[in-house]
Design a protein around this ligand. Structure first.
Ligand SMILES: NC(=O)c1ccc[n+]([C@@H]2O[C@H](COP(=O)([O-])OP(=O)(O)OC[C@H]3O[C@@H](n4cnc5c(N)ncnc54)[C@H](O)[C@@H]3O)[C@@H](O)[C@H]2O)c1
Length: 333
């Protein structure tokens, strides 16, 4: 398959390294910064293009890794050319743009997948499956935490919240998507964010989500943790608790509410640990799953509507942080 990456910054390079593990992929790259494009082309034995139209023409699949405010325009260009599109998260910078991309892909009958990669992280996937299979009984409350130091990006664009959407659209969206996937539709969101009003700089946000099934979730998102990246979640239900913390070993634990045979000093079951094998990398699994679906003509692992819902929750969270009022995310598209 001929795969063309547009944007070879942080994520474009991560994607290039994953395609490098796939013998059936021929790689093409374009970045509007010619030196960055040339470096990635040299590192991954890819063909370098000097404009997006020519790259789109040359490939079967377009993988868009430019800053968020550039997603919609390049997405439409690729879809109009009839190409399958992988779009880094968030699907787009606004809800209108995200819906527009979903509708355009459906009308053109081309696959489109948003990069909600947390679904492919083994402990988040296992946690989702455990909740769905009833390991905590009826879920009641969840808590997530994600973040580290503020990302800078190639042009300082992350800290310009008019470009990145700030921490709620850029970072919390991972947890909004995982929680909705795991607990169902979100009724209402209430958020506070340091930079909701200033629209610039590092940010820290707390969001409370309520769900149609009565669950409540607390989402902590930070670009101000000097201790480095950490992701964590907890889901509590009638039959027990699932906990994951990327800084713990083992990371994922299940504690039944009433352990039948408690071991001394250990009231939990360690379910998994983060694997390190190259073909178990979540970015590999995400992109491989997408390419296999394109090849086989089967549905992509994460449908565009999932990316639209995630953007809708994040947009509602931003609105809540700006107004101080709880907001119901849009649900009809
Ligand atoms: N899934 C994840 O875990 C994850 C992590 C980080 C970023 N992201 C997302 O990936 C996207 C890219 O983020 P990043 O960290 O790689 O940013 P980055 O700034 O490191 O890289 C962006 C690259 O795109 C290039 N570029 C900008 N506009 C372009 C255009 N119109 N055409 C071609 N190239 C262009 C820049 O020169 C730069 O090289 C964002 O949407 C971001 O939200 C996802």
């Amino acid at each position: 398959m001929r795969v063309g990456i547009i944007g070879t910054g942080g994520m474009g390079r991560v994607h290039a390294s994953q395609y490098g593990k796939m013998p059936d992929v021929e790689l093409f790259v374009y970045d509007r910064n010619p030196e960055r494009g040339a470096r990635t082309a040299a590192n991954w034995n890819a063909t370098l293009y000097s404009n997006p139209a020519e790259l789109i023409e040359a490939v079967d699949v377009v993988d868009i890794c430019v800053p968020t405010d550039g997603h919609a325009q390049l997405g439409h260009q690729a879809i109009e050319a009839g190409r399958a599109v992988f779009m880094e998260k968030p699907l787009a910078g606004t809800l209108e743009e995200a819906v527009g991309l979903m509708n355009a892909a459906a009308a053109a009958n081309v696959p489109l997948m948003p990069g909600q990669v947390v679904r492919f992280f083994p402990d988040f996937l296992t946690g989702h499956q455990l909740v769905k299979s009833g390991a905590v009984g009826t879920p009641a409350a969840a808590r997530t935490r994600r973040g580290g130091l503020a990302p800078t990006g190639s042009e300082g664009w992350f800290m310009d919240h008019t470009r990145s959407g700030g921490i709620l659209l850029d970072l919390a969206i991972h947890d909004f998507d995982w929680l909705r996937w795991t607990l169902g539709d979100v009724t209402q969101v209430y958020s506070r964010s340091l930079a909701a009003l200033t629209k610039t700089g590092p940010d820290y946000a707390l969001s409370t989500l309520t769900f149609d099934n009565g669950c409540v979730a607390h989402v902590e998102s930070t670009w101000m943790d000097p201790n480095g990246f950490r992701a964590a979640f907890e889901v509590a239900g009638s039959a027990g608790l699932i906990q994951y913390d990327s800084r713990e070993a083992p990371g994922l634990r299940v504690s039944p509410a009433k352990p039948s045979e408690p071991e001394v000093g250990k009231s939990y079951l360690a379910v998994s640990q983060t694997p390190t094998a190259p073909l178990e990398d979540p970015y590999y699994l995400e992109l491989r799953g997408f390419l296999d679906a394109v090849k086989n003509g089967t549905p992509v692992p994460v449908a565009p509507i999932e990316g639209v819902h995630a953007v809708a929750i994040a947009v509602a969270a931003r609105q809540s942080a700006e107004t101080g009022q709880p907001v119901r995310p849009a649900r009809e598209f």
